[in-house]
Design a protein around this ligand. Structure first.
Ligand SMILES: NC(=O)c1ccc[n+]([C@@H]2O[C@H](COP(=O)([O-])OP(=O)(O)OC[C@H]3O[C@@H](n4cnc5c(N)ncnc54)[C@H](OP(=O)(O)O)[C@@H]3O)[C@@H](O)[C@H]2O)c1
Length: 341
């Protein structure tokens, strides 16, 4: 018997100045729409919680995505197994964009098949998925990283950051340094995630921490956070350095927004390239990315790091926790505990 209803997460309110809280969301039971031609019904296995979903809770204009609507379900990347419909055989595992629910109906044309024999489902949202691909594009195309470069990565223990740290090393960086929140994460960066050195941005000013871990300056800054760390990185750049502007998680909540970046004279004096990127504009790089990183996973040069929370009832908790640094590697919610992720 196919299910006729699903549990899913809806938006109930927009974030206040200190950011979203649990009561901005609800878990509800909704009917599953009837399948139309070209659609499949899925059982979701695992879904992603991303910082970009924080931006989609607002009403501000979006250049490449849409805002969530009050009273309506959230959505986002997920891996699901096909139960019925047209386009994929039942049992096929696909990546798609209808997360935040146990079951989903999607247009088959919007999904791609993933090989869970080659790597577990979680990897296809993590180091082999959009997360790893973001690190790949940001380092190589946007940051123009070259062998021998000194690379600094913020939110270095997170999904994109932990991948970027490993990739930078494997692509020949001479020194890779990172920042994260808390002494335990800083220890992990060096002992487990392969960083040469790291600092705790909560315990010391970014300018001081960066000067200590990269005393001779940096060539590439992979910016996941913006604000004070971006200013520190610009001031530590070698002439002709590159900043890959990936995301600005420190700038989401209006109560903690900083205006440090209004004085950019150092970018002029140091002839720095500051370039923002949106990973989905760089699909031409994906085949080489998947080939290379799948090889690194097989050889053990790269390990897929993830923090997994179980159950749709805990998805909001996982999301809010990730925004506060509760994750190491990719933050995921497993929706079907019969699957290893
Ligand atoms: N441009 C693109 O196409 C693209 C694609 C994907 C992701 N992104 C961006 O990439 C960045 C990383 O995303 P992700 O999915 O890998 O998330 P993530 O790093 O796994 O999780 C977010 C991390 O941000 C850190 N953080 C939270 N508040 C912070 C603050 N005020 N200052 C500094 N760090 C803070 C937390 O780690 P700590 O414990 O270290 O604080 C937290 O673990 C985000 O900015 C995201 O928007 C961009």
């Amino acid at each position: 018997m196919l299910p006729t209803s699903t549990r899913l997460v809806t938006l109930q309110g927009r974030p206040g100045p200190d950011g979203p809280v649990a009561s901005d969301f609800a878990v509800e039971e909704w009917p599953i729409p009837a399948l139309q031609p070209g659609q499949v019904l899925l059982r979701n296995i695992v879904m992603s919680v991303d910082p970009s979903m924080r931006g989609r809770l607002e009403t501000s204009e979006k250049q490449y995505t849409t805002n969530f609507e009050i009273g309506q379900p959230l959505d986002g990347s997920a891996i699901g197994v096909v139960l019925a419909g047209e386009g994929f055989a039942p049992g096929t595992v696909v990546r798609h964009r209808m997360g935040w629910r146990d079951h989903a109906v999607i247009d088959a044309s919007t999904a791609t098949v993933v090989d869970t024999a080659a790597a577990p489902a979680g990897s296809w949202l993590g180091v082999l998925g959009q997360t790893g691909f973001t690190a790949w594009v940001g380092l190589q195309r946007t940051g123009e990283m070259k062998a021998g470069d000194v690379v600094f990565i913020s939110a270095a223990a997170g999904a994109v950051g932990s991948a970027a740290g490993r990739f930078a090393k494997l692509l020949g960086a001479s020194r890779v340094v990172g920042s994260a929140g808390g002494a335990e994460k800083v220890r992990m960066l060096v002992d487990d995630l392969g960083y040469d050195d790291a600092f705790d941005y909560r315990a010391e000013r970014a300018a001081e921490g960066l000067a200590r871990v990269a005393p001779d300056g940096i060539d590439v800054y992979f910016d996941n956070v913006g604000g004070e760390q971006l200013v520190a990185a610009i001031n530590a750049m070698h002439i002709g350095g590159h900043v890959a502007l990936c995301g600005m998680i420190s700038q989401f909540d209006s109560s903690s927004r900083s205006y440090d970046i209004n004085r950019l004279i150092e970018a002029v004096l140091r002839r720095i390239t500051l370039r923002g990127f949106i990973v989905r504009d760089h699909e031409d790089m994906r085949p080489e990315f998947e080939r290379t990183v799948a090889g690194w996973l097989r050889s053990g040069d790269v390990v897929n790091r993830q923090t997994v929370t179980d159950g749709i009832d805990h998805a909001v908790e996982a999301f809010l926790g990730m925004l506060k640094g509760g994750n190491v590697g990719k933050a995921l919610v497993r929706l079907d505990t019969d699957w290893e992720v």
